[in-house]
Design a protein around this ligand. Structure first.
Ligand SMILES: [Zn+2]
Length: 301
């Protein structure tokens, strides 16, 4: 082979190798980081809607902003209304709060909304337990959900909605049995989103407390299902928090109402912040391979 021909040959070979090499690197990168997005959901929590502080108007503006993210549906993490649970709350006040909730969410009536119960949503001060507005059943009715806990599937993902309100952040025995059966009933490897009002696990609970008191039971159960990629969503503590334990990712997505729509107090890092967490909502992308991107968007309303 003449020297010139040899150089040509090497050049061509090198070029071919480089091209093939870079092509395979790109396709590998696309596979690992660009799994197909199958769903985009909005997670709003702790709306605490109330007539004061111009909250209805501000909430409607938030919802309009969220719609611009082109979400497939909404998850609502509870404490939808300001507070029905205190002893002095009247029937008129509870009715007023739910009316505002139903009026303000009309703007997103074209979307599915899957809600869970928050500790402030229930009216325990009803005159008696037979009263149609007493306790959880009435909240289930107001939120238009099938039960206080339930599950559903969408685009290859399994969604579990829990009722944390069984004595300060825990599951009752009936719900434990249901959850065990529910997780058993889905296919091996199916990704799961689990929404609760109280965080099942959180890093920042040293600040105020407020996570599930039965975290050990739930994380042990999740470990039995380690074939499934599980992602948990919560609210309640009004703080932005992330924890990972046994490969389960726990996102607490602040509070849409921030400091209950009020300006805040001496610990607020900004207007309407609760401590260092601004009022906001999360936009969550779910991918075909079970991966999740959870982004918290502070709002300025
Ligand atoms: Zn709460």
């Amino acid at each position: 082979m003449k020297r010139r021909d040899l150089l040509k040959y090497i050049g061509l070979t090198a070029g071919t190798v480089a091209l093939t090499g870079s092509t395979s690197i790109i396709s590998a990168a696309e596979k690992s980081t660009k799994s197909k997005r199958v769903l985009r959901i909005a997670h709003i929590t702790d709306v605490h809607i109330r007539p004061e502080e111009n909250a209805p108007d501000r909430f409607e503006k938030c919802l309009e902003e969220i719609k611009k993210h082109k979400v497939d549906f909404f998850l609502n993490g509870g404490d939808s209304i300001f507070a029905a649970d205190y002893d002095n709350i009247t029937r008129e006040r509870v009715n007023e709060l739910w009316k505002i909730w139903n009026d303000t969410t009309k703007g997103i009536s074209g979307f599915e909304m899957h809600s869970c119960l928050g500790n402030h949503d229930m009216w325990w001060a009803a005159p008696n337990k037979q009263d149609k507005m007493y306790g959880k059943d009435y909240v289930v009715k107001q939120l238009g959900i099938p039960n206080r806990y339930y599950s559903f599937d969408k685009k290859g993902w399994h969604f579990v909605i829990l009722d944390s309100n069984n004595g300060g952040g825990s599951l009752d025995d009936e719900q434990r049995l249901w959850l065990e059966k529910d997780l058993q009933s889905i296919p091996v490897g199916m990704p799961v989103v689990c929404m609760s009002h109280y965080p099942i696990l959180a890093v920042c609970t040293h600040v105020d407390g407020g996570n599930h008191t039965d975290s050990k039971y739930i994380s042990d159960l999740f470990y039995k299902h380690k074939d499934k990629k599980i992602t948990c969503l919560s609210g309640h503590i009004h703080l932005k928090d992330e924890a990972i334990y046994n490969n389960v990712h726990y996102y607490c997505n602040g509070a849409l109402s921030g400091f209950w729509w009020e300006p805040g107090d001496k610990d607020s890092a900004g207007k309407t912040y609760y401590k260092q967490t601004p009022p906001g909502y999360a936009i969550i992308d779910l991918f075909e391979d079970g991966s999740v991107v959870n982004q918290y968007f502070p709002h300025s309303f």
